[in-house]
Design a protein around this ligand. Structure first.
Ligand code: NAD
Length: 505
């Protein structure tokens, strides 16, 4: 294997860079070259315990800082992200492989959650009912939980951590982030920027690691809540282990997002939408469209006729090439796994319309590139349909009718996102109401809710009761307290032994 290691990364604990001491480390690739360029320390149980201890110690003071002052730090953090955008995007692209423009876009989506967190004073406002009984008032407030943990995937090393820690911290919690070991540089930089923005030491900590670090976060009694984003197999384990250890857990997981194309859809819009949604970020998005379901005679042919030349013209290259529209996938293992799925699709009898296996990017022969791939006549029992491939591989499934298409989507184990393309408002409305999916687009291929709404799928795409960011995020990172209060004046006295109707106490 090619090795050109230039850097060994660190943890970030108590507002400082801390070198790893476990003696274990993981490789970080530059996906465009296939070379290992950095090493990341993999934390031991003791190192993670140290980070949790620091976060625990920082909690009492931080939770007492007025929300408005916590928001001031978020405002400064927002400005620092903007002024450091180029360096953050470079950190994402050099380890993930996505284009710089795509990296900037994903950081901006994370930034929107920071902006939402800037309004934390308003978001934490409780409810108040005066005179619920004679001389009695009642109100509610939301209080922070304590130490919260975040475990994040490789595909959005900036955005997904920013779905979590800004809101958790703005709510008054302290945080331990365990980013993906494949691309941890950007999350480490974000933690440094939080310190620069004025965040007290220990409120945000980053530990790098693998299963050992994750298991420590899941079992340590000082951790109150765990947010996870990643694959379904791991997410299910996180949810069960975390809740068995009495933690609040939200686990956002894998996906197979279907785009339903009705015969009346505008095919130019459909093709534009498929290009971005299937091949943007080389298909490594949990909201990527990986299945197009066509309804009606000739719909598939009309799509393929326009789609194939567009896909053939897609410029694939490293992030350093400003003309590149699609970069490599994250590691050689990911490339081999995706190529294996294309082999399987052929073996299972799907029609391979465009084959991405033979791609060569000049000057980057060892890069982790997979060309954009299209399969037609995919059937629902094929592994390229059932499994999340997480690469630039699109399956077209021909449905006999609209009803069959809806049934197919509802029967898939994943329920993250879906979209319908049509000019028929009745079909769009029916689809939006009946489809068993958490995020639905009408003529919008990637219906990612903005920061002031909440993001989350259904079925095996989310374990737990809360979606992430937006109002659900505030609820996840806080607990409700309701106070019922009376100031006896001597006007009314005497013990009351029974509950009474009408709220009388
Ligand atoms: P992954 O599940 O392999 O890793 C996610 C995190 O879990 C990482 O921090 C990793 O270190 C940790 N982890 C891995 N194996 C573990 C184990 N055995 N025990 C404990 N922890 C472990 O996911 P990934 O490959 O990094 O990311 C891609 C996946 O994330 C896809 O399935 C994608 O759909 C999903 N994803 C979902 C959403 C969403 O919002 N639903 C968003 C982004 C990504």
């Amino acid at each position: 294997m090619n090795r050109a290691i230039t850097t060994t990364l660190h943890h970030y604990i108590g507002g400082k860079k801390v070198p790893g001491e476990s003696g274990r480390a993981g490789d970080i690739f530059n996906p465009a070259t296939g070379q290992v360029t950095k090493q990341v320390p993999l934390a031991s149980k003791e190192e993670v315990g140290q980070a949790i201890g620091v976060a625990q110690a920082a909690f009492p003071a931080w939770s007492e800082v007025p929300a408005g002052r916590r928001a001031q730090i978020m405002f400064r953090f927002r400005d620092l992200i903007r002024s450091n955008m180029d360096g953050l995007a470079e950190a994402v692209s050099s380890e993930h492989g996505k284009t710089l423009e795509d990296a900037r876009g994903s950081i901006t989506r994370g930034l929107e959650v920071v902006e939402y967190a800037c309004g934390i004073s308003q978001l934490l406002k409780g409810e108040y009912s005066g005179s619920v009984a004679a001389g009695v008032d009642s109100w509610s407030m939301r209080q922070p939980l304590g130490v919260c943990a975040g475990i994040t995937p490789f595909n959005f090393p900036a955005m997904v951590p920013m779905w979590m820690f800004p809101l958790a911290i703005a709510c008054g919690n302290t945080f331990v982030l365990k980013p993906s070991e494949k691309d941890p540089s950007c999350p480490l930089l974000l933690a440094e920027l939080m310190t620069e923005a004025g965040l007290p030491e220990g409120v945000l900590n980053v530990v790098n690691g693998d299963k050992e670090a994750v298991d420590t976060l899941l079992t340590d009694p000082r951790v109150q809540a765990v947010s996870f984003v990643g694959s379904t197999a791991i997410g299910q384990y996180i949810y069960h282990t975390g809740t068995a250890n009495n933690k609040r857990v939200q686990a956002l997981c894998g996906a197979k997002n279907h785009m339903l194309v009705m015969p009346d859809a505008d095919m130019d819009q459909v093709v534009d939408a498929v290009m971005g949604a299937a091949y943007g970020s080389a298909g490594e998005r949990c909201m990527a469209v990986s299945v197009v379901v066509t309804v009606g005679e000739g719909t598939t042919e009309r799509i393929i006729e326009k789609l194939v030349p567009r896909v053939e013209g897609l410029k694939v290259g490293p992030y350093t090439d400003p003309d590149a529209e699609m970069g490599p996938v994250v590691t050689p293992d990911a490339r081999n796994r995706i190529m294996g799925y294309i082999d399987k699709g052929v073996e299972e009898g799907a029609d391979l319309v465009l084959d991405g296996r033979g791609i060569q990017v000049s000057g980057h022969e060892d890069g982790c590139f997979v060309g954009a791939t299209i399969f037609d006549r995919v059937r629902t029992n094929m592994s390229i349909y059932t499994d999340e491939i997480f690469g630039p591989v699109l399956s077209i499934v021909r449905a006999d009718s609209y009803e069959d298409a809806v049934k197919m989507i509802n029967e898939h184990e994943y329920g993250n996102g879906t979209a319908i393309f049509t000019r028929d408002g009745d079909a769009a409305r029916d689809f939006s109401h009946r489809v068993q999916i958490g995020m639905v687009g009408v003529n919008v291929p990637i219906p990612v809710p903005l920061a002031f709404h909440s993001f989350g799928g259904w079925k095996r795409s989310l374990f737990g009761d809360h979606a992430i960011h937006g109002p659900e995020g505030v609820h996840f990172y806080t607990k409700l307290k309701t106070i019922t209060s009376r100031w006896p004046s001597g006007i009314r006295s005497g013990a009351v032994f029974n509950f009474r109707a009408g709220g009388e106490h």
